[in-house]
Design a protein around this ligand. Structure first.
Ligand code: GDP
Length: 328
């Protein structure tokens, strides 16, 4: 039975990846942070059979202990402080966790593997935020990185450190440059879930309006369930490499609002949406569109859920959730 350790198990991708690996017969271990983590119960009910280990990406010895306990064949480093807007207010902490945390995990893996690093495979969750002030459209593995937020800068550090461990020690360390990926499990601070939750509540008469930031921002949004499949495929390759994972389509926040309101039968949403500078960012990334042709050619990976389907799935799930909580 192959064994996998996932950091960031409480997040959207950790849950989807955990489900995928359990369905493939893996023994799955998840790293969970802190005492009385409020998400422990969610992980235990979503992923029955998983073993949770306590540790923190900023604490090297806790990572060493987690590796000793789990003895993994594959490590998926998904743990990070991942909300871009928050990263300006907490740049130093974001750097410690999202950036230096990657080095800690790589170093723990190298020490754990000893003389033979070939026994371990490592996945680093890199991000399209690394392209920031984009130098090329669409963005591929070759595009020059130009991050535009402390989060993006920290992810660039982790990305290059992963490549460095591959080149310095011959570690099977791959980096997935994932464009935005969403689902009903996305945190409500991200714009897709913020909109799907608010639209569900508006349709049920529980809320009057949504207060938004920049409606002209655009993203290449895919479905998280598709994206974790790409992570797993990267680690099954004979050699490690870097891959862009994206849909190749870009949509604006306005289009997101169009699809979300249409899912509850509202065509004109102008009366429900208000803009507030509080949700604007000090700097925005430019036109993010990924070129995932390498992933398609080498990994045989393509997305299966379209943007309208994704938005509809999220709104319907939130309508269901809001109705359930109203009757509780
Ligand atoms: P990100 O790509 O990781 O930053 O994902 P987000 O979902 O947080 O933001 C996506 C885009 O939506 C950014 O360009 C934001 O400026 C824009 N946006 C507009 N209004 C909002 C809002 O109310 N909340 C968030 N989170 N983003 C917003």
């Amino acid at each position: 039975m192959p064994r996998a350790l996932i950091t960031g198990i409480t997040g959207q991708d950790g849950l989807y990846l955990g489900e995928l690996l359990l369905s493939k017969g893996y023994e799955v271990f998840g790293l969970i942070r802190g005492q009385n983590n409020p998400k422990r119960e969610l992980v235990e009910t979503t992923l029955p059979g998983i073993t949770l280990l306590t540790g923190d990406l900023t604490d090297l010895s806790s990572l060493m202990r987690a590796l000793q306990a789990s003895q993994p064949d594959e490590i998926y480093n998904l743990g990070a402080i991942s909300f871009v807007a928050y990263s300006w207010e907490n740049a130093s902490l974001t750097t410690d966790v999202t950036g230096k945390g990657v080095l800690n995990m790589l170093e723990a893996a190298r020490m754990y593997a000893g003389d033979d690093v070939s026994g371990i495979r490592f996945y680093q969750a890199s991000s399209s935020e690394m392209f920031g002030k984009v130098q090329q459209v669409p963005q591929s593995e070759e595009t020059l990185l130009w991050p535009r937020s402390p989060y993006g800068v920290a992810k660039v550090f982790g990305h290059y450190m992963t490549i460095n461990y591959r080149e310095s020690y011959g570690m099977h360390a791959s980096s997935g440059i994932l464009f935005n990926h969403e689902s009903p499990r996305r945190g409500p601070e991200f714009v897709t879930r913020k909109v799907s939750q608010a639209v569900a509540r508006i349709s049920l008469g529980l809320q009057d309006e949504i207060v938004m930031g920049n409606l002209d921002a655009k993203r290449d949004w895919g479905f998280a369930g598709d994206y974790v499949e790409a992570m797993w495929r990267m680690l099954q390759q004979p050699t490690a490499d870097d891959y862009v994972i994206s849909t190749g389509e870009t949509h604006s926040i306005r289009e997101l609002l169009d699809h979300a309101f249409a899912a509850v039968g509202i065509e004109d949403w102008s009366g429900y949406v208000r803009q507030d500078p509080a949700f604007m960012r000090p700097a925005e990334v430019d036109l993010l569109i990924g070129d995932a042709s390498k992933a398609r050619d080498v990994l045989g990976w393509t997305p299966t859920v379209s943007f309208p389907e994704l938005v509809k799935m999220m709104v319907e799930s939130d309508v269901h959730e809001q109705k359930a909580s109203a009757t509780r």
